[in-house]
Write a new protein. Structure first.
Length: 221
């Protein structure tokens, strides 16, 4: 006796119409997938997700309105809905931004779309969907950060930096502006500035430039 597979309802959000068509074709050949909505921007993705309550939202990272913003909103409103990014971007800011926002997978548009149904099935079953090369980068990021989470930068420091403060300090060390950091972390610029103020105070340095200098000095040791 053959067990019938559960119908997976999928929302596709991408401002590139040919990509939406390719994704739909890849899913339509499988009877247990149904595309319940298509949209071209973040606002439309959130509205359609709330309306349709899909099993999976397949979102482009860099569509109008930001796929990361849509991910934050959808994951907050629909915690049971799985979210998978489908993008051309391999940049760390997009990858880690998506994971922080609540994405369950991060796939590249260079993949063979015939493999997409299996990837979405894996996500719905509780597994992550991500190319091996990106998985390795995620593991490397957390391994390389390990000692810094446990140790203060300065010997006389009374307070240790929080994980978010470390994150912002690392982005500052990469030359990112306040606005760029806010966009990457999907927070307001004022929130970033507040964290920078806390970083400077905790490290006992005069300004952000000194904090960055200290970060580089300790990272190189």
């Amino acid at each position: 006796m053959t067990t019938q597979r559960k119908l997976r309802r999928v929302l596709i959000a991408d401002d590139h119409a040919p990509t939406r068509a390719d994704v739909r074709r890849a899913l339509d050949v499988h009877e247990h997938f149904e595309v319940c909505a298509e949209t071209a921007d973040a606002a439309g993705a959130v509205q359609a997700a709330v309306r349709e309550r899909p099993d999976v939202c397949l979102l482009d990272v860099r569509m109008p309105g930001s796929g990361l913003s849509a991910t934050w909103e959808i994951s907050a409103r629909l915690p049971k809905t799985k979210i998978v990014m489908l993008t051309v971007s391999v940049e760390d800011t997009d990858l880690f931004g998506a994971l922080r926002a609540g994405a369950d997978g991060y796939l590249l548009k260079t993949m063979n779309f015939t493999r997409l149904p299996d990837a979405l099935d894996d996500v719905c079953s509780g597994d992550a969907a991500m190319p091996p090369a990106l998985v390795a980068r995620v593991l490397e990021r957390f391994r390389s950060r390990g000692p810094r989470w446990r140790q203060p930068l300065t010997d006389g420091a009374v307070e240790r930096l929080t994980s978010r403060e470390w994150e912002i300090l690392e982005l500052l060390s990469q030359g990112r502006s306040t606005a760029e950091i806010a966009g990457s972390l999907v927070v307001t610029p004022s929130a970033v500035r507040a964290h920078i103020t806390a970083i400077v105070r905790k490290l006992g340095v005069p300004d952000r430039a000194a904090a960055i200098s200290l970060f580089h000095e300790r990272s190189d040791t």
